[in-house]
Design a protein around this ligand. Structure first.
Ligand code: B12
Ligand code: SF4
Length: 523
């Protein structure tokens, strides 16, 4: 079968990490690898760089087109691409997948989409394609290992690799060593998608991937170092094989780092520069508790101390609640200044589709388009009013290291970059300066007066029974028992020792689901 995989162009890359980070479509490289291994003809187009999609469709005449929707803010762009693809090739089978589509498939139901992939694409898509080729129903998706495809098919995006960059680190490679997270932060869509499961690639596969990629690596794992003994074994094996990178960036939790300094010590020599992104979220224990972060400010400070002492670069993210008053902002500014945390990002607390928090906030949400779910727009009226809120929000950003009028000037930023990367770095920094100006936000601030004028938001589909109701007649197996609601789940054990299974992937709910266009949005 001929399969064309598409990575859409998100309109909204002006805020947050968007301007800085442009990374490869790793999820679809895994899908590509799985399809190539089975002898299918595969093309992957990153539409940020390639020619118009119509040209590829004319040239390749694909049987199946797969479109990724990773972030909720890309939903409108993905839907627009689905329509374009349909016009260019009315008979083609269109499957949509990716994190945002899997956590909240509702916007795609009723669209011109044939299937929505609710699970790991490298397992679902080959089965879907083979079933279509043989004109037979899909059977139950077995197995629970991430190593079914050892390495992503990076050759499918070979032409653009130099375009993938995280600020001056270029080309940047995205590597995944594990998937999922057992924690339960209220605003996060990851744990709710994977039912708090955590799955790992084998040490051998990860070592091969590190050896096959270039000097700059962004590890895509939601929670790096979670399984301490396995992570330490991985570090030693990478060191034994002589792997050493220029730059590695990982995402982790402060409490985990505070608990395992030896583990960090084992990893540190693997890169000349080693950065950690921490979700610090809040400056007080009350706020951390409100976000179900299951840690304390003391642990935050201890984790930061450990990481800094071992020579890691520390970047944090804080969450700003639209319901804050002036003193909450002041408390955050004070915390940032006192602990020298200006290397930080600040995102607006956003109920992501697919979360329990989204269900709770749905009645208040007055957003009018999906691109507003980028964590830099307001989705409901803030307590201080939009003007004052954005003044204080911008003031928060101005206290960050990104303010070129602050502690770090533009030449200090670009001195690490090679001259040929100066333009990209300066452009990204220039865009970021806009994020410190209230009119930049107010120009785009648009909320409907009443629910009728807002985006129609169906409740999240977290239980498998509902997910199964999306599935097609192609699925033969009986539905599994529904999961209990994750609304009140206990905190995870303090030790993050062993890997847990994501029960969800063992079910046919994970298989590609043919959406019935006549079916109303699920409730
Ligand atoms: C890399 C990454 C980015 C990159 C860019 C990604 C890109 N657009 O190309 C950068 C750093 C730019 C980024 C930015 C942001 N991100 Co981001 N990002 C990630 C991250 C860490 C890894 C994604 C990844 O590659 N995973 C590894 C691959 C192998 O998995 P995968 O992509 O899920 O693919 C699998 C399946 O989804 C499926 N699949 C994928 N594509 C397709 C396509 C088809 C057709 C099919 C059938 C299946 C399928 O199969 C794949 C293989 O199994 C995820 C966390 C996560 N776990 O997903 C967050 C995540 C997706 N990001 C998130 C957020 C919040 C953001 C920001 C808003 C953060 C910010 N503060 O600004 C910005 C938005 C940027 C913007 N304006 O566009 C949230 C998503 C929230 C949401 N529901 O919208 C996540 C889940 C992180 C989190 N813990 O909250 N991000
Ligand atoms: S620790 Fe990170 S990935 Fe895990 S639930 Fe919290 S925010 Fe999500």
């Amino acid at each position: 079968m001929r399969v064309l995989l598409l990575r859409p162009v998100p309109r909204n890359e002006r805020f947050g990490l968007g301007p800085f980070f442009r990374v490869e479509p790793l999820g679809m490289e895994y899908i590509g690898a799985a399809l190539l291994a089975r002898g299918h003809d595969v093309a992957l187009r990153d539409l940020r760089f390639g020619p118009p999609v119509e040209r590829d469709i004319r040239g390749m005449r694909p049987d199946v087109i797969g479109i990724a929707c990773m972030h909720a803010l890309e939903v409108d762009d993905t839907l627009a691409l689905v329509d374009r693809v349909r016009r260019a090739s009315p008979g083609v089978f269109v499957v949509v997948g990716g994190h945002a589509a899997a956590t909240y498939p509702a916007p795609f139901i009723g669209a011109a989409v044939d299937a929505i992939c609710l699970d790991d694409g490298e397992r679902v898509v080959p089965r879907l394609v083979e079933a279509l080729a043989q004109d037979r129903p899909l059977t139950e998706v077995p197995g629970l290992v991430l190593d079914e495809v050892p390495l992503p098919a990076r050759q499918l995006v070979h032409g653009w690799h130099r375009q993938y960059a995280c600020l001056h680190h270029r080309p940047t490679y995205l590597i995944e060593t594990a998937r999922g997270c057992p924690f339960r932060c209220s605003f996060c869509s990851v744990w709710q998608l994977f039912d708090r499961g955590f799955r790992e690639r084998s040490i051998e596969a990860v070592c091969q991937d590190f050896a096959a990629t270039g000097d700059h690596v962004f590890v895509a794992d939601d929670l790096f170092w979670h399984h301490a003994s396995r992570s330490e074994a991985l570090a030693w094996e990478l060191r034994r094989r002589g792997v050493r990178k220029e730059w590695i960036l990982v995402q982790s939790r402060v409490d985990l780092v505070a608990t395992h300094p030896a583990l960090l010590e084992a990893w540190r020599p693997l890169a000349r520069e080693f950065d950690i992104f921490f979700g610090l979220e809040a400056a007080s224990n009350d706020q951390l508790e409100g976000l179900q972060k299951d840690t304390t400010v003391d642990r935050t400070l201890e984790g930061i101390r450990v990481a800094r002492e071992l020579g890691f670069g520390v970047t944090g993210n804080f969450v700003i609640d639209p319901d804050w008053d002036e003193t909450d902002f002041e408390q955050l500014w004070d915390f940032v200044a006192r602990h020298d945390l200006s290397r930080a990002g600040f995102t607006v607390l956003t109920p992501l589709p697919g979360t329990t928090y989204f269900d709770e906030m749905r009645p208040r949400i007055r957003a009018v388009e999906w691109s507003q779910f980028d964590m830099h727009h307001l989705l409901w009226r803030p307590r201080l009013g939009a003007e004052r809120f954005f003044e204080l929000y911008c003031e928060t950003w101005r206290r960050s290291v990104l303010n070129l009028k602050g502690q770090k000037k533009w030449w200090q930023w670009i001195k690490h970059a090679q001259p040929r990367h100066w333009a990209f770095t300066l452009r990204a920094l220039a865009r970021t300066q806009e994020m410190m100006k209230p009119p930049h936000y107010l120009r785009e601030h648009r909320l409907a007066d009443d629910p009728a004028g807002a985006l129609a938001l169906a409740p999240a589909n977290r239980d498998r029974q509902v997910r199964l109701s999306l599935s097609s007649s192609q699925l033969k197996s009986p539905p599994p028992a529904p999961l209990p609601s994750p609304r009140r789940v206990p905190a995870p054990a303090a030790d993050t020792g062993s890997a847990t299974r994501a029960g969800r992937t063992a079910t046919p709910a994970g298989a590609a689901a043919r959406a019935d266009p006549r079916r109303p949005a699920p409730r």
